[in-house]
Write a protein that binds this ligand. Structure first.
Ligand code: PEP
Ligand code: MG
Length: 604
């Protein structure tokens, strides 16, 4: 710590302000200490009035002109930042597309015409309807995307009312910004005005403030209830983007302690960056592919940035949920083609639609898919079961995948397979599609790899039989844990029993690996535990060929791998399989991890 910094921190100490710890969600890692600026957010105070019949068409034109200006503004923003913020341009691109999306445009124009109301009012009612639809989506990532729709609608509303976005132009020093939420564009724009960090009331790990802050390397804590009313401009805080905590009015000692943590973390992440370009293998040469799990094509940049060796899981639901209608074959084809071409020659594993339970876009029901309320959605019509029942959707998706298969290395992944006959039904649909494509002279790769997710205990038990019918396995431990331990993965009351290291889970993984290898096929694991540095060594010891995880976790897991010996890992795996319960496995790790990886586990 330099004397300068000492003095600076001394100045930051605030006498008379009550000390408080606020608990949020880690949005972007890193620690900063600084003064905050609370940005007032625009309340929805748009004018509401009814129109005479002869005013309706000119109101529609006024709305469309605002849409055109909002689009122009975004295009301009994109142009201004394209050199410095290439990582996040895809988000601005998606907003540019969204301005013209039917979701906002058609609904608002219809409301202006049908209800004879002004454009601001119609837009805000349209947004309310879209919000209801998003709220019914169980998948947190996709639900969070409502923030984009809201943001885009906000820009159109800004054009209608003439409001300009806020700026930090008058602020001299570097500050931590606080708001209910930031749009990606705001996050970028503010960053260019020297922002130390972001705190938001709204959002989760997958909100855009979090995504953009991570890609800019700016610490952020999101989901901080009431932070805009608890904190005042001028308050000093410690923002701990690792733990998701914020300390209001910290003592000088606390500030120094956190700045030291930050220094240590920075040194470690600088070191991790070295691993991005190194091969993923143990000291004695055992190679394990480390690939990426992604939810939307916009994450392609991160896949490359963190050195993933392909995409181990593309959750294809995004294309179905970010618009209000079923995507057609051409749309899906274009999306898959770009993904495959962008990653080639590395593989891209595209999973067929994994919806079900309460994870339905409302339009799927509107368009004729009848789903009575299920009593036990996790055991109901989800995933491949839904796709097989609504086979037209499955055929469209598989046709799009096959057409894209010429543009790179595609692996088709079927989720929640629980029996051989289910797999055979998909196989015969795939076969029929191939015959059609052949007849229509549409090119595709007839040797495309087809694999299944192992996430149901029956699939583990039947793994030897199933392995003979597919090209690869991918173990989905998020679901396998839920189904084998009878723990609802989304239920906070039993969350403490959700134990990835339960020996029953580890034995299922080991059994699956053995069955796959006996048939000469590869086996990947794409549940959350693949990217956790505590559980990853055990998984590596169980003989998996590939671990697929969120892109940013790859360098750290690779570092563990490169510091390991094959024999040590298998020894750990064998010992873990013999343990009586998850606690025993964790005790085993408490002895093992600090010994072999002293830098990350030595001080715990
Ligand atoms: C899993 O179940 O482990 C998995 C990767 O799939 P999802 O989390 O999408 O259900
Ligand atoms: Mg799953």
């Amino acid at each position: 710590m330099t004397p300068d910094m000492d003095e600076k921190n001394e100045n930051l100490h605030q006498a008379g302000r009550e000390q408080l710890t606020l608990y949020g969600i880690s949005g972007s890692p890193g620690i900063v200490v600084g003064k905050i600026v609370v940005l007032s957010h625009q309340q929805d105070q748009s004018a509401c009035y009814r129109l005479d019949a002869d005013q309706v068409e000119s109101e529609v034109e006024r709305f469309q002109a605002a849409v055109t200006r909002a689009e122009g503004e975004l295009v301009d923003l994109r142009r201004r930042f394209e050199d410095d913020f290439a990582d996040t341009l895809s988000i601005i691109d998606s907003h540019i597309l969204m301005v013209r999306d039917r979701m906002i445009l058609k609904r608002t124009t219809r409301l202006i015409r049908d209800k004879q109301i002004n454009a601001e009012w119609a837009l805000s009612r349209a947004l309310g309807l879209i919000k209801e639809k998003f709220e019914r989506i169980a998948d947190g990532y996709i639900r969070d995307r409502f923030a984009d729709v809201k943001y885009v609608a906000g820009r159109i509303a800004g054009q209608l009312s003439g409001h300009r976005p806020e700026s930090l132009a008058g602020t001299a020093e570097e500050v931590i910004l606080v708001s209910d939420d930031f749009s990606p564009e705001d996050t970028i724009r503010m960053q260019s005005e020297k922002v130390l960090g972001f705190l938001t009331e709204k959002g989760g790990v997958t909100s855009h403030t979090a995504i953009v802050a991570r890609s800019l390397g700016v610490p952020a804590v999101v989901g901080l209830e009431k932070v805009t009313s608890i904190c005042k401009t001028g308050d000093t805080v410690i923002l701990d983007g690792f733990s998701g905590r914020v300390y209001l009015a910290p003592t000088r000692d606390q500030q120094l302690q956190y700045l030291e943590y930050d220094r240590q973390h920075r040194a470690f992440s600088d070191e991790l960056a070295w691993y991005i370009h190194l091969s993923s293998e143990t000291v004695d040469g055992l190679r394990v592919r480390l690939s990426a799990n992604i939810e939307m094509p916009a994450e392609l940049q991160a896949v490359q940035q963190y050195g993933a060796e392909g995409i181990g899981l593309f959750r294809s639901e995004f294309d179905y949920f970010h618009q209000d209608h079923v995507p057609d074959e051409d749309t899906l084809f274009a999306s898959y083609r770009d993904l495959l071409a962008g990653i080639a020659p590395d593989p891209v594993t595209i999973r067929t639609l994994d919806v079900g339970g309460d994870k339905f876009a409302a339009y799927l029901q509107d368009s004729g898919v009848r789903l009575d309320l299920e009593r036990n959605p996790a055991l109901g019509l989800r995933s491949i079961r839904f796709s097989l029942r609504e086979s037209a959707l499955l055929v469209t998706q598989l046709r799009a995948m096959l057409r894209a298969s010429c543009y790179g290395r595609l692996r088709i992944l079927l989720p929640l397979i629980s029996s051989l006959s289910e797999l055979q039904r998909v196989r015969s649909i795939l076969h029929a599609i191939m015959e059609d494509l052949h007849r229509e002279a549409i090119p595709f790769n007839p040797g495309v790899e087809v694999g299944i997710m192992i996430e149901v205990p029956s699939a583990v038990v039947m793994a030897d039989t199933l392995a003979a019918e597919v090209d690869f396995f991918s173990i989905g431990t998020n679901d396998l844990i839920q189904y084998s331990l009878a723990i609802d993965r989304g239920n906070e009351y039993v969350a403490h029993m959700y134990e990835p290291l339960h020996p029953a889970v580890l034995r299922m993984i080991s059994q699956t690996v053995e069955a796959a290898h006996n048939q000469g096929i590869e086996v990947s694991l794409c549940g959350e535990m693949a990217g956790d540095v505590v559980t990853a060594p055990v998984l590596l010891g169980l003989g998996l060929d590939e671990l697929s995880m969120r892109p940013s976790a790859i360098p750290h897991v690779k570092r563990l791998l490169r510091h390991s010996y094959f024999r040590q890992l298998t020894d750990l795996g064998e010992k873990a399989l013999k343990c009586g319960d998850g606690g025993e496995v964790r005790n085993l790790l408490t002895g093992y991890l600090p010994r072999y990886y002293p830098e990350e586990f030595g001080n715990r």
